[in-house]
Design a protein around this ligand. Structure first.
Ligand SMILES: Cc1ncc(COP(=O)(O)O)c(C=O)c1O
Length: 428
C-alpha cells in the first residue's frame, strides 16, 4: 500500500524510511501513543481479576497521564476515573464520565468539592480529620438525604522487617492511622452522623517493590478492619494502584508479577473473606503506571555529537523531562534509528537534553553505537507522569501522536508561545 499523509500504513518497526515520513509530519520530537496497547493492558487487567472475583472496578489514576484521548478510551472500556483534585474531577466531567463512576481521593478537597462529589453520588474517600469537619457541616445542614463515604486507612506496611514505601519513607503521610487510634476515632465521629454511612476502605500504598506481598498485606488488612468495624455496611475495598505492568527486559527487574499473579493473590483473599460481609463487597483497583507506561514512546532527533574530555555527549531535541520527569538515574530503553550510511562505532556515551540544567541527561554512561547527527532516538516505556509532570520550561512541549490501528492522529499539538505563556492567564 502506498504511504500517504493521512492514511499511513504502519510497520511494526520504525526504520529510516517511515521515520522520515513521521518526521515530516510531526517534527523533530514527538510522542507516539499506542491506543491499542492501552486497550490490551486494560482488558488484560480486567479479565485477570474478573475471572477470579465477580465484583470488580478498575478506576484509572488520572494523575499518571490525563491525555484526553487516553482517559476517554478508559471510560469507553468501562473504567472508572480515579481523581485526586477538583481539576481532575472537572476533567472527568468534561469528558462525560458518569459522576457515579468517579472515585475522589487525595489529601486536599474543599467543602465545595466534597459537596459536589457527594451530591453527584461519586465515591469519596476521606484522608484527614479536616474533611470530617466539612462532612459534619455539610450533612447536618441537609438531613433529607443519606450519604456514603469511604476512609483511607494508614497502617503499618512493614514487610520482611522493612518499609517498602517509595523513596525510603518509614511512614506514609496519607489516611487515618490504625495503630494510634485515629482510624477508630474518625469512624466513631462519622458514625454519630445519622444520615451518613461509612461504606468503604481505601488502602493505596506506593511501594518500590510492587510485590505480591504488598497486595496480600493491603487486602488482608482491609478485610480484617472491615470485619471488625463495618461488616454490615461495607460496599467496597479499594486496594489502590502500584502494580507492575509490562516491564522491558532491558530494565533487568526480577520477579515481576503479572496481572494474573496479582489477581490470584488478591482475589483468593477476597473470596475467602467475602462471607463475613452482609453484601459481597466490590474490589476496587486504581492502576496508573501499569496501564499506561508502555503505551508511549518519545522520538527525538540527534542535533549534535561532541566530546568533552574523553566523554561523548549526544545532544537531542528533547529533555529529561520528556522521558523521566522525576530525574531518576536508571536508563530507559532506547532504540537508535540510523539515518546515515557511514560506519557506526560502539562506545560509551551520554544523551543530553536541550535545557540548561547540568542534570539534563536522558541516558548516562550508555554503551552502544554512537548516534550521528540527524539520527533519531526512540525512548520507550515513557507513558507514566511524562505528560502531566512536564513543565513549560525553556522549550515548548512536543506534540502527541496517537497510533490508532494503522492511522496516526495528532491528539496534542506542539505548543506555541501563547500555549506556553497563556495571555488569558498571564498579564502582559
Ligand atoms: C491514591 C492513588 N491511587 C493510585 C495511584 C496509582 O499508582 P500507580 O501509578 O503506581 O499504579 C496512586 C499513585 O501514587 C495514588 O496515589
Amino acid at each position: 500500500m502506498q504511504k500517504t499523509q493521512d492514511n499511513w500504513e504502519s510497520e511494526n518497526k520504525v526504520d529510516s524510511e517511515n521515520l522520515n515520513h513521521l518526521k515530516k509530519r510531526f517534527g523533530d520530537s514527538f510522542y507516539l501513543f499506542d491506543l491499542e496497547q492501552l486497550r490490551a493492558n486494560y482488558l488484560n487487567m480486567f479479565s485477570a481479576f474478573k475471572s477470579r472475583y465477580s465484583n470488580i472496578i478498575i478506576g484509572y489514576s488520572y494523575k499518571t497521564n490525563y491525555l484526553p484521548t487516553l482517559i476517554k478510551e478508559i471510560s469507553n472500556l468501562g473504567g472508572y476515573a480515579e481523581v485526586v483534585s477538583r481539576i481532575e474531577y472537572d476533567l472527568a466531567l468534561k469528558i462525560r464520565v458518569d459522576p457515579k463512576k468517579i472515585i475522589f481521593n487525595g489529601p486536599l478537597k474543599s467543602q465545595e468539592d466534597i459537596a459536589l462529589a457527594l451530591k453527584e453520588g461519586s465515591i469519596v474517600n476521606l484522608d484527614s480529620f479536616y474533611e470530617i469537619e466539612i462532612i459534619k457541616d455539610l450533612i447536618l445542614k441537609d438531613k433529607s438525604k443519606n450519604y456514603k463515604v469511604g476512609l483511607r486507612v494508614n497502617f503499618d506496611m512493614t514487610i520482611d522487617g522493612m518499609s517498602p514505601l517509595q523513596d525510603g519513607f518509614k511512614q506514609s503521610r496519607f489516611g487515618f492511622c490504625l495503630e494510634n487510634g485515629n482510624f477508630e476515632k474518625a469512624l466513631s465521629e462519622l458514625n454519630k452522623i445519622e444520615n451518613l454511612t461509612v461504606v468503604g476502605l481505601h488502602g493505596h500504598c506506593s511501594t518500590h517493590i510492587r510485590s505480591l506481598k504488598v497486595y496480600e498485606k493491603i487486602t488482608q488488612t482491609l478485610c480484617d478492619i472491615s470485619k471488625e468495624y463495618m461488616s454490615n455496611t461495607l460496599e467496597y475495598l479499594d486496594i489502590g494502584g502500584g502494580f507492575y505492568g509490562n516491564v522491558p527486559e532491558t530494565m533487568q527487574l526480577n520477579n515481576v508479577p503479572s496481572y494474573d499473579d496479582y489477581a490470584t493473590t488478591i482475589c483468593s483473599i477476597m473470596n475467602k473473606e467475602k462471607a463475613h460481609f452482609k453484601n459481597e463487597p466490590f474490589l476496587i483497583m486504581e492502576p496508573g503506571l501499569s496501564i499506561v507506561v508502555d503505551t508511549f514512546k518519545f522520538f527525538c532527533k540527534v542535533v549534535d555529537v561532541k566530546k568533552n574530555k574523553n566523554e561523548y555527549f549526544v545532544l537531542v531535541d528533547g529533555s529529561v523531562h520528556n522521558i523521566k520527569p522525576t530525574i531518576y538515574k536508571k536508563n530507559t530503553p532506547m532504540e537508535l534509528v540510523k539515518t546515515n550510511k557511514d560506519v557506526y562505532k560502539a562506545d560509551k556515551f551520554n544523551v543530553v537534553g536541550c535545557t540548561c540544567m547540568e542534570k539534563d541527561y536522558l541516558l548516562i554512561d550508555y554503551i552502544g553505537e554512537i548516534p550521528k547527527i540527524g539520527d533519531f532516538l526512540i525512548f520507550s516505556n515513557v507513558g507514566a507522569y511524562t505528560i502531566v509532570l512536564n513543565p513549560p520550561f525553556i522549550k515548548e512541549r512536543p506534540p502527541i501522536i496517537a497510533k490508532i490501528g494503522k492511522n496516526f492522529k495528532i491528539v496534542r499539538q506542539k505548543e506555541k508561545l501563547d500555549d506556553f505563556i497563556n495571555s488569558n492567564v498571564y498579564v502582559f
